[in-house]
Design a protein around this ligand. Structure first.
Ligand SMILES: NC(=O)c1ccc[n+]([C@@H]2O[C@H](COP(=O)([O-])OP(=O)(O)OC[C@H]3O[C@@H](n4cnc5c(N)ncnc54)[C@H](OP(=O)(O)O)[C@@H]3O)[C@@H](O)[C@H]2O)c1
Length: 286
């Protein structure tokens, strides 16, 4: 049984904490109070009563810390680390994007595990979450003991020999979702041929920058992203779009800004990601 602290009791953090609490000693480090966790999973409801803390001063060292806040809340999440990190504690960063290792610079990279998660989950109330599919978790080779934490859950965790490519492939999908957040139209917007061409352009910029960052991305990915979006439920709303609709901050920098920033580092122009990010930021500000 491992001692695990989950920072963030939102959709991802709450779901992982509820599953892991079935077999491990779990502490939830929350910003807003909650009593317990209940997740509607594809296999029925699961419930958990993990230890819940709302004050970083009450945190004690654990074996694993799972950071599950949105990418723009990393500074707040980091306030928990002095209490939670002992000499052997490792940090798993479970967020979208490709900069997992840079987000918590106070933890040495060799003790940080970047995690890509594909798990459609939604929080409906404090501690109440709907999990729509079984989901999957991907980490680099060498993080087998992180994978083992999920034994006995319906979450398929595994290692990959090429984490960089996997992370950039996911970014390629996510960066194109900005067209929905701008137009306020769900996945069906990809059926518009002109919008689909903008999506392909966004992905092509992502591919060009990703290759220079070491990812093995094929040209055909741009068409595939459009195809996958067209095959999704026409009403499905990506998280950038959902955050805009709800008036919440958006992971714009982690999904599109990063392509612009890393493009600049490599001397590559990324005009579509730059323009779309600027337009979305300006529209969301009104
Ligand atoms: N949801 C999905 O289906 C999904 C799928 C794949 C990847 N992801 C990625 O997973 C990450 C988490 O997303 P999410 O959907 O779980 O977000 P979320 O539902 O908004 O949850 C984030 C949680 O972090 C908490 N938080 C913020 N600052 C904190 C702090 N200083 N201390 C403790 N808790 C803090 C928030 O607290 P409050 O309760 O006060 O708001 C919230 O409960 C994102 O990078 C997202 O892109 C999400």
């Amino acid at each position: 049984m491992a001692r695990i602290a989950v920072i963030g009791a939102g959709a991802i953090g709450g779901t992982l904490a509820a599953w892991l609490a079935q077999t491990h000693d779990v502490t939830v480090c929350a910003r807003s109070p909650l009593d317990d966790l209940e997740v509607e999973t594809p296999e029925g409801p699961i419930r958990a009563r993990p230890r819940i803390l709302v004050d970083p001063a009450a945190a004690a060292p654990v074996d694993w810390v799972l950071a599950t806040t949105k990418t723009y809340d990393c500074a707040g999440a980091a306030a928990w680390l002095p209490g939670l990190m002992g000499p052997d504690t490792r940090l798993a960063v479970i967020q979208n994007g490709v900069e997992h290792l840079q987000r918590f610079p106070m933890v040495p990279p060799e003790r940080t595990v970047p995690v890509i998660i594909d798990l459609p989950v939604e929080r409906t109330a404090p501690g109440r979450i709907v999990q729509r599919r079984n989901g999957s978790i991907l980490v680099p080779e060498g993080a087998e003991d992180f994978v083992a934490l999920f034994d006995g859950t319906i979450l398929a965790a595994e290692t990959t020999p090429d984490f960089i490519t996997a992370a950039w492939r996911k970014l390629a999908i996510n960066c194109s979702g900005i067209v929905s957040a701008i137009t306020l139209r769900p996945a069906e917007v990809a059926n518009d041929p002109e919008v689909a061409e903008v999506m392909r352009g966004l992905v092509r910029e992502c591919i060009a920058v990703g290759r220079l960052e070491g990812a093995d991305l094929r040209d055909g990915l741009a068409d595939k992203v459009v195809e996958w979006t067209r095959r999704a439920h026409p009403d499905s709303v990506n998280s950038l779009h959902a955050d805009r609709l709800a008036g919440r901050p958006m992971e714009l920098d982690a999904r599109n800004g990063v392509i612009v920033r890393l493009g600049e580092k490599h001397g590559i122009a990324t005009p579509l990601n730059r323009a779309c990010a600027a337009l979305l930021a300006a529209s969301a500000a009104v």
